[in-house]
Write a protein of this length. Structure first.
Length: 143
């Protein structure tokens, strides 16, 4: 049975992640992120024969105060752990080929179950690990 909506993971009114399962099907192009989000994602869907005219996207200065990241699994199995701001393990999500997740808020970690390769997309520019990542030491305890 295929799904037609993303799965939203929220905690205390804050959206932490959205999962795009591999079996989600849409009839037409559908964006799941709200228009005001700094990270726009969706599924492009068109019937055979559709042609989009050549185009480009207008440059527009944007100011981004959050850093969202998206993984799409090409092969393998990976578990994404999502933590609350207080360090509680909120959820472990197992992703397989074709599944994707948008990490919107909070601390996350990954655990590779089977050799994996993911497409990873996030806002740039990349300033190096020392300026990009903050490592935290949460004790794993499920709520």
């Amino acid at each position: 049975m295929s799904r037609n909506q993303v799965e939203i993971i929220e905690y205390n009114g804050t959206k932490y992640a959205e999962i795009i399962w591999a079996d989600i099907r849409v009839e037409k192009t559908t964006f799941f992120s709200p228009p005001e989000s700094s990270f726009q994602f969706g599924l492009l869907a068109h019937e055979a024969g559709f042609i989009e005219p050549p185009h480009y996207h207008k440059p527009f200065k944007r100011e981004i105060h959050d850093l969202q990241q998206m993984f799409v699994v090409q092969r393998g199995v990976v578990v994404v752990e999502l933590y609350s701001d207080e360090g509680e393990l909120l959820r472990e999500v197992t992703l397989r080929q074709g599944d994707g997740i948008v990490l919107i808020h909070g601390v996350h970690a990954i655990r590779v179950i089977e050799d994996m390769q993911c497409i990873s997309v996030k806002q740039g520019p990349f300033l190096g690990d020392e300026n990009d990542k903050v490592f935290v030491n949460f004790q794993k305890k499920n709520t």
